[in-house]
Design a protein around this ligand. Structure first.
Ligand code: DGL
Length: 266
C-alpha cells in the first residue's frame, strides 16, 4: 500500500508545512523533498518553476507516495491540477485564501510572497473570486514581494535586528493600508514569524497556509481519498546539502534523529 505523503519545497520553507502536518497527523508517514540545489524558485520564471515542480512531483511519485503536497507558494501558482500521475496534489494557496477570507473583518488583506507569487496574481485573483461566498465582496488585497525573506530564513536569521528592519521596511506600506489579515504567502515566512509579528502588532492576524492545509487533508482522510499509514515515519531528502542546512532543517523541525538523504530529481 502506498502510505507516505510527499511534501516538497525549494528549500527548508516547506518544513514549516511539514511540521504542521506532522502535528496534525502524528501517525502518518511523510517524505520531504527540498530542491535546495535549485533554490530559490521565487525569483525564477513561471515556466521554470512549473518544470522544476513537475520533476519534484514525478520524483516523489517514484518514491511511492500516495499524494503530493506542494509546500511552496511559488510552485503552487504553477501547479493547479488537483491530480498528477493519478496522485492527489495539494497546493498551499487555496487553504490560505480561505483562511484569510474567513479571518478578515475590515476586508483589507495583506499578502507577502516571493516575486513569482505576487506577480502571478494567483492569490489576488482567487481572493477576489471567492470573496462573495464569504460575504466579503469589498475585499481589497495589498501585495508585497519580499525577495530578501527567503535568504534570511534559509540562513536562520530569525528575530535578528537586521531581519526586523527588513521586515518593517516591507510591511510598512501594508500597515498604512490598515490591513487586519496578513497572508504569509511563502512557506519560508513562518520561520520569520517573530519578526513579522513585531512589525504588525496584535491588530493583524497572520495566516499560515500550513495550518490551513491540515484541515483540507483531514477532510480527505475522513472521505477516504487519503489513507492512514500503518506507522509514522519521515524521510527528508534534499537535492543539495551543507552542514548548515543539515543542522538548520532539524532545528525547524525540532528533530535531530533523521539524517538527510541527498537525491537527484532530474
Ligand atoms: N518557500 C517558497 C514559497 O513558498 C519559495 C522560496 C523560494 O523562493 O525558493 O514560495
Amino acid at each position: 500500500m502506498k502510505a507516505a505523503i510527499g511534501v516538497f519545497d525549494s528549500g527548508v520553507g516547506g518544513l514549516t508545512v511539514l511540521k504542521s502536518l506532522r502535528t496534525a497527523f502524528p501517525q502518518q508517514e511523510f517524505i520531504y523533498l527540498g530542491d535546495t540545489a535549485r533554490l530559490p524558485y521565487g525569483t525564477k520564471s513561471a515556466d521554470t518553476i512549473r518544470q522544476y515542480s513537475l520533476q519534484n512531483v514525478r520524483f516523489l511519485a517514484h518514491q511511492g507516495v500516495q499524494a503530493v503536497v506542494v509546500a511552496c507558494n511559488s510552485a503552487s501558482t504553477q501547479i493547479t491540477e488537483p491530480e498528477i500521475e493519478g496522485l492527489p496534489v495539494y497546493n498551499v494557496i487555496d487553504p490560505g485564501v480561505q483562511a484569510a477570507l474567513e479571518t478578515t473583518q475590515n476586508q483589507c488583506i495583506g499578502l507577502l510572497g516571493t516575486r513569482a507569487t505576487v506577480e502571478s496574481h494567483v492569490y489576488q485573483t482567487r481572493l477576489k473570486k471567492q470573496a462573495a461566498s464569504f460575504g466579503k465582496s469589498d475585499v481589497r488585497v495589498f501585495a508585497q514581494a519580499c525577495p530578501l525573506f527567503v535568504p534570511l530564513a534559509e540562513e536562520g536569521w530569525t528575530l535578528d535586528p537586521i531581519t526586523n528592519l527588513i521586515v518593517y521596511r516591507y510591511l510598512h506600506p501594508l500597515l498604512l493600508e490598515e490591513i487586519d489579515t496578513l497572508i504569509m504567502g511563502c512557506t519560508h515566512y513562518p520561520i520569520l514569524r517573530g519578526s513579522i509579528e513585531r512589525a504588525t502588532g496584535k491588530s493583524v492576524t497572520l495566516v499560515d497556509s500550513g495550518h490551513a492545509l491540515a484541515a483540507v487533508l483531514k477532510k480527505d482522510f475522513e472521505s477516504g481519498r487519503l489513507k492512514a499509514s500503518a506507522e509514522a515515519g519521515l524521510r527528508v531528502l534534499m537535492t543539495d546539502l551543507s552542514s548548515h542546512l543539515q543542522k538548520w532543517a532539524f532545528e525547524i523541525l525540532e528533530e535531530t534523529s533523521q539524517p538527510i538523504e541527498v537525491v537527484n530529481t532530474t
